[in-house]
Design a protein around this ligand. Structure first.
Ligand SMILES: [Fe+2]
Ligand SMILES: [Fe+2]
Length: 162
C-alpha cells in the first residue's frame, strides 16, 4: 500500500496487514469523512501521525497503529440523513463494536478506539497509546479542515496554481 507512509516492517506485520487488507477497511474509502478526504485516507493519515508520536514517546507502536487504523471503523457515511443523531458521541462505540467483530483486540487497542473523541465522550484515554491516537486524530482533523480552507481560498483566487 503505497499511500501509507510507515516503515515496511510494520506494514508487513500480520497484525497490520490483516486490517489493511480487510475488505471492510478498504470499503472505508467510499465514505466521505472531512471535505474531500475519505474515511480510509483519514485513518491512514492518523496512523502515520500516531506512528511518529509513538516513536517519540516510546509507546507500544503496534497497538498505536492498530488503534489508529480502527479508531473510525464505524463503516457508514456520517453525512447520510438516515442516521441517528449525535454521530460525534456515538461513533467510537460503533467503531469498537465493528472492530471487535472482525479483529482480536487487546485492552490498549480497545481504549484507543473507545476514547479517541475525548473530551466529547465522557472518559479520558487510559493509556499513553490511546492519548497518542486521540492527539493524532485531533491534529489530523485540524489539518484536513485547514487543507479544505486553503483549497477554497485558492479556488477563490483565479491564477493561483494548486
Ligand atoms: Fe472519530
Ligand atoms: Fe478520526
Amino acid at each position: 500500500m503505497t499511500d501509507f507512509r510507515i516503515p515496511e516492517t510494520y506494514k508487513r506485520m500480520p497484525e497490520i496487514k490483516k486490517i489493511l487488507e480487510h475488505p471492510d477497511f478498504q470499503s472505508m474509502r467510499f465514505f466521505r469523512h472531512h471535505g474531500n478526504i475519505d474515511c480510509r485516507r483519514h485513518t491512514l493519515l492518523v496512523a502515520e501521525r500516531a506512528y511518529v508520536f509513538s516513536c517519540r514517546w516510546h509507546a507500544d507502536t503496534l497497538a498505536v497503529l492498530r488503534g489508529a487504523l480502527l479508531h473510525d471503523f464505524y463503516l457508514y457515511d456520517w453525512h447520510s440523513r438516515d442516521l441517528p443523531p449525535f454521530h460525534g458521541f456515538r461513533h467510537p462505540y460503533r467503531a469498537l463494536r465493528e472492530a471487535e467483530m472482525r479483529f482480536q483486540l487487546n485492552s490498549i487497542e480497545r481504549d484507543c478506539i473507545k476514547n479517541h473523541m475525548f473530551p466529547l465522550t465522557p472518559f479520558p484515554p487510559k493509556y499513553k497509546e490511546s492519548w497518542i491516537v486521540n492527539w493524532a486524530d485531533k491534529s489530523s482533523t485540524v489539518s484536513d479542515y485547514a487543507g479544505m480552507f486553503k483549497l477554497a481560498t485558492m479556488e477563490a483566487e483565479p491564477g493561483l496554481e494548486l
